[in-house]
Design a protein around this ligand. Structure first.
Ligand SMILES: [Fe+2]
Length: 337
């Protein structure tokens, strides 16, 4: 995540004077010396929170606006997560295979990154957003497993014999409490760019120290900024009016052994699976939890889905390999950047 243009920083050891107290970090966020740019994302994130799946024809037009998303959807349609195997390069078929709900969110992501994301230039954000989008996509499909829509190794429920396998599925059917797992995955690490914007030098030190000491980035964040990105991300969302279960999922995405919501568990697991495969880079050199099937997040999700077919063995055999074959999203460079 460190911009090579600033690599001269790396020639020196980490400066211990870069350490900030928690209240200083929070102060820098609440009373910044110059206007912050990251709140530019808030409108798009709020739109994504209430987004209803768009119809296929509208999505076909929308994909013209964001060629990288078009390419990504075409590649996703070729993976084992697709609803139907797509032989041809038809955009319409690709949208149906990936699912209109996910494609709608991806289009908004592409537009948001193109138009609204202005990042501190000391860092490179491509691999960060690749990690974020990958986590969103995996969280989306994992939630489809929990909801009984998708059985790894078997495929998609065609809806004709649909049974309510869980309360989650019932809630979905009733349209209640449905928050996009994709969005949770996309923004789970939003506290990182927030930290980088309000305290670039201490944040640089945290990234460096995590690599030097091969330790978890959030522990180094606590050392250098007095707070970690999960907590700061939650605060940032709260201050910007994004509340509810999505905020909880951001706050608890490193707590894999805590009772929490299905959304938070899904995001936490997706994050670890994406890290194991090194899809994009989150800034942390260590995988916190390699055996995700032993975590409370997993056992709670497994209990929620009440489908006895969904076991760690089935997930290892038929879900995890699909994660490893996901394409990487290429965020658009900002015009003029
Ligand atoms: Fe994280």
């Amino acid at each position: 995540m460190l911009n090579p243009k600033f690599s001269s920083w790396a020639e020196n050891a980490v400066d211990p004077n870069l350490v900030r107290k928690r209240e200083d970090t929070l102060n820098a966020l609440q009373k910044p010396m110059k206007p912050l740019k990251l709140p530019g994302l808030v409108k798009s994130l709020k739109d994504m929170l209430i987004l209803k799946p768009t119809d296929v024809e509208d999505l076909m037009e929308a994909l013209d606006l964001v060629p990288q998303v078009d390419d990504f959807v075409a590649a996703l349609a070729q993976t084992g997560f697709a609803r139907k195997h797509v032989e041809t390069a038809s955009r319409r078929k690709a949208i149906r295979a990936v699912g209109t709900d996910l494609v709608s969110q991806l289009v908004l992501t592409g537009l948001m990154l193109r138009d609204d994301f202005q990042a501190p230039s000391e860092f490179v954000w491509t691999s960060f957003w690749q990690h974020a989008v990958s986590t969103g996509v995996v969280a989306h499909y994992l939630m489809q497993v929990v909801e009984g829509e998708f059985t790894p190794g078997k495929g998609w429920d065609d809806g004709k014999n649909k049974k309510l396998t869980s309360m989650v599925a019932l809630n979905t059917l009733l349209g209640k409490g449905k928050v996009s797992a994709y969005l949770g995955g996309l923004i789970h690490d939003i506290g990182k760019p927030v930290m980088a914007e309000v305290a670039p030098y201490p944040y640089y030190a945290a990234l460096r120290a995590a690599i030097d000491e091969q330790s978890s980035l959030y522990e180094m964040e606590r050392r250098f900024l007095g707070i970690d990105h999960a907590e700061l991300g939650q605060m940032w969302l709260s201050w910007n009016g994004i509340n509810g279960t999505i905020q909880q999922a951001v706050a608890e995405h490193h707590d894999l052994n805590k009772k929490t919501s299905a959304l938070a568990s899904t995001v936490a697991l997706a994050n670890q699976l994406v890290k194991v495969y090194g899809m994009g880079y989150s800034g942390s050199p260590v995988v916190d939890q390699r055996n995700v099937w032993k975590t409370r997040s997993w056992t709670d999700l497994q209990a929620a889905c009440r489908n006895p077919e969904i076991t760690p063995e089935l997930m290892e055999e038929h879900f995890v390999p699909l994660v490893g074959h996901l394409p990487l999203f290429e965020p658009l460079p900002r015009i003029g950047a």
